[in-house]
Design a protein around this ligand. Structure first.
Ligand code: RIB
Length: 304
């Protein structure tokens, strides 16, 4: 089978994960049960997911030199993800995320301080034009500097490389690039922010997003699975039900795995089915990047 070649331009954060018996309300103090430093950041999580799912991945990112980046490099070494295109900025702090995980529901709340992630420049992306040009897919999220994202999309389009945008966290840079995006993969909240006014009706939101010029919309709808609307029609791929312990990075797992399968030449529906199984497995383990399963584990799980 063809190995997918994927370039991920995105963020690295060290996640400070705090497990709590319930998420605090305004003004409430809650005793946590555990604190861990985990490798995170949507870009890094998606790069690790694609790598574990079997793709040949180049990860373009920027980190500081404050020691916070070490957690990520330890994981890259363990998993074998190349780090040649992770740029170091001596004057910036590494991105960090404070994450509260509810021990009962496995849901989370996240605050990101992006630091070095926002300092990656259009010029640094341009220097890597060949890498993007030689990829099957460019995968982006929105935790990275605006100009860098716009430049990467421009390069991908010039070289007819498929662009997949996970618009998380939502930012209005979406509207600058949407016409050149082949697949956009919001969750329901992000879909509503891109195309507001549909009172949670994600099918209508998808139609509006297509009207903005994007060819294919995939909306992740939590435990229900994922919904597709685009050039291949309209359908839902249901999710497998599992006992979740930590949903952090579930969307990242989905995006990394989806791009891998699509880059291998699978159909959109097959790629969504693989991504959904991969993401389901990831939520049965704690952490974000460290919870990503392998391709083999996912294929076994799909036979069950
Ligand atoms: O999608 C989960 C990720 O969002 C976390 O790893 C955190 O770093 C934030 O970027």
């Amino acid at each position: 089978m063809k190995k997918a070649k994927i370039t991920v331009l995105g963020s690295y954060n060290t996640d400070i994960t705090l497990n709590v018996p319930h998420l605090p309300t305004d003004g409430e103090t809650v005793f946590g049960t555990q604190m861990k430093y985990n490798p995170g950041g949507k870009g890094s999580n998606q790069a690790v997911a694609a790598h574990r799912a079997g793709a040949d991945v180049t990860f373009i990112a920027k980190v500081g030199c404050d020691g916070m980046e070490k957690v990520g490099f330890e994981l890259y070494e363990k998993t074998g993800l190349p780090t040649d295109n992770i740029i170091r900025d001596e004057t910036a702090s590494t991105g960090v995320a404070a994450i509260e995980v509810d021990n009962v529901t496995a849901q989370n709340r996240i605050i990101v301080v992006p630091g070095a992630n926002m300092r990656i420049t259009a010029g640094e992306v341009r220097e890597r034009e060949d890498i993007i040009a030689n990829s099957d897919i460019l995968l982006l999220q929105l935790e990275t500097g605006r100009e860098a994202i716009i430049e990467a999309v421009k390069i991908a389009k010039a070289h007819k490389v498929t662009v997949v945008l996970n618009p998380a966290p939502f930012s209005d840079v979406v509207f600058d690039i949407i016409k050149d995006v082949d697949y956009i993969t919001p969750n329901e909240t992000e879909a509503d922010m891109i195309a507001p006014g549909h009172d949670g009706n994600f099918q209508w939101a998808a139609s509006d997003i297509i009207g903005m010029g994007c060819k294919n919309v995939i909306i992740t709808i939590g435990r229900q699975g994922s919904y597709y609307k685009g050039v291949k029609g309209e359908f839902v791929v249901p999710a497998r039900q599992v006992k979740a312990v930590d949903t952090t990075g579930a969307g990242d797992a989905y995006n990394g795995a989806f791009c891998t399968a699509l880059g291998e030449g699978k159909s959109v529906k097959e790629a969504m089915t693989f991504a959904s199984a991969f993401a389901s497995l990831s939520v049965t383990r704690p952490g974000a990047a460290s919870s990503m399963p392998t391709k083999e584990e996912t294929e076994e799980f799909m036979k069950e």
